[in-house]
Structure formats: C-alpha cells, structure tokens
Design a protein around this ligand. Sequence first.
Ligand SMILES: [Zn+2]
Length: 397
Amino acid sequence: MQEAFTSHLIHRNDLSNTFSSSKGAATLGAKESFAIHLALLMALLLGSLQAQESKPVMTIEEYDPRSTLVVPAHNVVSAKFPFIDVHNHQRATPSAGAVDTLVMEMDKLNMQVMVNLSGGSGERLKQVIQSYKGRYPDRFAVFANIDFRNVDSAGFAERAAAQLRKDVANGAQGLKIFKNFGMTLKDSKGERVKVDDPRFDPIWRACAELKIPVLIHTGEPSPFFDLVDKHNERWLELTQIPGRARPAGEFPSWEELMSEQWRLFARHPKTIFINAHLGWLGGNLGRLGQLLDSLPNVYTEIGAVLAELGRQPRFARAWFIKYQDRVMMGKDTWAPSEYHVYFRVLETADEYFDYYRKRHAFWKMYGLDLPEEVLKKLYYKNALRIIPGLDKPRFPE
Ligand SMILES: [Zn+2]
C-alpha cells in the first residue's frame, strides 16, 4: 500500500526520474524501506514547497479562464422590442452633436426612450430639458431632483414641493431621489436623515397629486454592509474600491436602511415609487416579491443588477412571469455594448456566458428566455403606464 502510494505521489509530482528507486527498495529490509520512504516523502514535501515559492498562485484579478464549452450562442445587439430605459444619467449641457450621437446609439439598441434621472431643478432642469427634449421631444424623459441643502431649515419640504410643482410644469416627468438620502445626508446637528423622516411627507404627497413617479435609490448591495472577508461575495469590488464599504458604526445596517424605505412606501400608498436596482433584493427575489405583494404602489427596475438575475435563470424567469406588471428595464451606466448582455440574459436561453464586470460577478450568465408578453411589459408597457407624457404610438400593442 505504502509503496503504491509513494510511487503514485512521485508520478503525480513528475519527479519519477529523480526518485526511481521505489522498485529497488522492495529488496531491502522493512526498516530500511520505511526510512527510504520517509526520506522520499520529505523530499517531495520540500520539493512542492519550493515549487510553490518559485511559482506563486496568480491573483483573482489575473485569473481569466476562457470557456471551452461549446453551446448555442446568440449575440443580441438590438432589443427584440423597442424599450424605455427608466434608469439613465446624462450630462446637463451636451452639445447638439453629442445628443445626435446619443440618439444614433439608442437607435442601434432599439431604445426608443431614455429617462435621464439627473435633471436637477429650477434653471438647470430647464436647460437639461431643452438640451435633450428640445432636440428630440419624444426620445427623452427628464426627472427632477431635490436640492437637499439646508435640509432641516423651517419649511424645507414645503419649499421643495413647491419647486417640484414648478419643475413638473417645466416638463419634468418624475422625481429621482439619490442614495445619499438616508445614507450620508446629515442635518445641521450632524444627524443622519432617515428615509422615512416624516418631515419630507409634503414632497411625497406632491408627487401623488402631480401623478409623477418617484424613482428612489436607497442603500447599496447588502454585502457592502457586511464584513469584508473571504466569504464576502463582493470582496473583489470592496478591495479594488475600499470606499464602497459601509462598516457598522459609520453606517446604519442594510436592514435598518431598507426598513426605513419600506415604511416610507407603506405610509404613502397614493405615491408611485420605483424602487431602483430591484431594491437590492435581486439575490432574494422571494423577499422582493413579498414586498411587492404588500405594497401595490411600488414598482422596480433592473439597473446594474443583471448579474443577480443571470445566475438564477429558472427562479428569476418564474418570478418575472409572476411580477410582470411591476418591473421595468433600466441600466444606470450608459455603455451601449453592456446592453447587449442585458438583451441576451432577458431574451435568450443561452448558457454560461460572460457578464461585463468581474467585480459584480465572478460567475457566468444564463438566459431567462422571457415570454414575449413579459418582455413587452418589462421593456415598455409598465413604463408607459407609470411615467406621464410618453409617446405611446411609438410602441407596438
Ligand atoms: Zn443611478
């Protein structure tokens, strides 16, 4: 047994030339044989230690294996149906040529309408609307933002709501709340402003009256709030960009932050909320489903969380079918080629293909192969119902 084991080891380590005496050892006495085997084993151990020293294991950032799997593959560069990207950010003062180029790129993707969430308010908002909708009235929608400076001054929310009414009169089609609200925004006493702080209720009520949706981004992926150790699924991202970590003590916990958001949704049932990034529950769609069941005024979108869907194609497909009236297409970062991966995950049944950003996902994607009617709702029907002023005839029945 021992001899066979040793020679197996020798062979495995490709050292059979150096240690070719294992057969000869059989003719020696048991003690000598044992001593030789011990020496051999030690030499092997030493050899493997040296090998490790001279050839270090590559880092996770370097490791980039190319798949040898051959299966049907579909590169989808244009969406099957025209779509509305409800989560996008564009600069405030583009040149006319830059807007023309943008629309050309949108055409290639079959993106009929882009929602630019970075409208700002007042004069800036007017300028953003003029730059985009002035040139292509039906290809853009612009959402306003709240200026949260002097957040706890007397009458802040009433003034913000009055400004919002003006912004909507000037063409804003929704309100976007950025993630600083609830996470880093502090009042004059240095206290964190909570997402469900009742002082802001006049703003949410105004949105209900104005019949505009509030696209709200609260918090970040839950692993950002966890210990950054070898078990953390976003370890690579948190190591490459350490500022993204949200350690306890400096930040509220993920549960605390999200609970505030959910309480806000429940307290304003007449206000339509679009919970950005699948509410950071893309990896727990069951829980997201329960939330949508209990809050009929809440919708969501898939910006920047595609990697969560592409790793659970069967469960995610069933979930999209069940919640087909509640989810919209969004992307967040404007990078045209990355949309191709969205289309491929949503539309095809392809298996084991690449996502576009390793720090979001060190795993492969699988297509959800969504039914056409579900795709249409995701791509445009739900957004047409929720966002006012969109050009319906642009889209098929
Ligand atoms: Zn965004």
